[in-house]
Write a protein that binds this ligand. Structure first.
Ligand code: ADP
Ligand code: MG
Length: 232
């Protein structure tokens, strides 16, 4: 068995302290292998987004460990952590997180700006990513002018621009009508299939979860079916 691209080992996460403490994750272990598409499934409030934030190194667990390609990811701090996250992960969120007043191209190339790539290269790569999502003609439009589906395609272009190994998608179709959502799903699964990008989808949508290679079910901060947390 190869080394998992991402693993959580007995991870817990508590918010707050004292009597107000809430244990959002109570000891979650899972392994994800390169090239897989995996759904993290559970009801609202079960801890899916919390788990995704820990896996994506956007937040730190209260205890337990996260391994990226077999290395302890919690040892990464500061600039090294930012660079690793920036180079390895792309993000697609339900709420898009686009800067409405900035152009579509500016939004898409933000990860490259953070990575310190020069302006000409940024624009070239940003336009190439937009072309992949058939949004080339919207490059100079304000992001706020796009439709919901176009916004999510711009978000996917932004997620792709750094050539990530893993895309995290948190309820990627949650703000889209079903036809537009289906288009966005097809794009995400196409990237998984054609580019081998590992796809980690957080969702409470059973149909979307069913399209993934594997499903990990979360309830009240625990993996419900522990067999599902490790690839067969
Ligand atoms: P899901 O994504 O499955 O809907 P979340 O991971 O967002 O669930 O949240 C899991 C639980 O943790 C919820 O009960 C939520 O209210 C709580 N929670 C999430 N973030 C915070 C926070 N920053 N402070 C306190 N509680 C939080
Ligand atoms: Mg959530």
């Amino acid at each position: 068995m190869p080394v998992p691209i991402l693993a959580a080992r007995d991870v817990t996460k508590s918010y707050g302290r004292g009597p107000g403490r809430f244990d959002a994750l109570k000891g979650v272990s899972l392994e994800i292998y390169e090239g897989e598409s995996v759904a993290i499934v559970g009801k609202s409030g079960s801890g899916k987004s919390t788990l995704m934030h820990l896996l994506a190194l956007l937040d730190r667990p209260s205890s337990g460990s996260i391994e990226l390609s077999g290395s302890d990811a919690l040892l990464l701090t500061g600039r090294t952590l930012n660079v690793t996250r920036n180079r390895t992960f792309g993000f697609v969120f339900q709420q898009f997180f686009l800067t409405g007043g900035a152009s579509v191209l500016e939004n898409v190339i933000l990860p490259l700006k953070i990575a310190g790539i020069g302006v000409r290269d940024r624009k070239r790569r940003g336009r190439a990513a937009l072309a992949q999502l058939e949004l080339e003609d919207k490059a100079t439009n304000k992001a706020s002018d796009l439709s919901g589906g176009q916004k999510q395609r711009a978000v996917i272009a932004r997620a792709l621009v750094n050539d990530p190994r893993i895309i995290f998608a948190d309820e990627p179709t949650g703000n889209l009508d079903s036809a537009t959502g289906a288009v966005v799903e097809d794009i995400l699964f196409g990237l998984n299939r054609d580019k081998g990008i590992t796809l980690i989808v957080v969702t409470h949508d059973a149909d979307l979860a069913a399209r993934c290679d594997r499903r990990i079910y979360i309830r009240d901060g625990l993996v419900v079916d522990s067999e599902s947390a490790v690839a067969a």
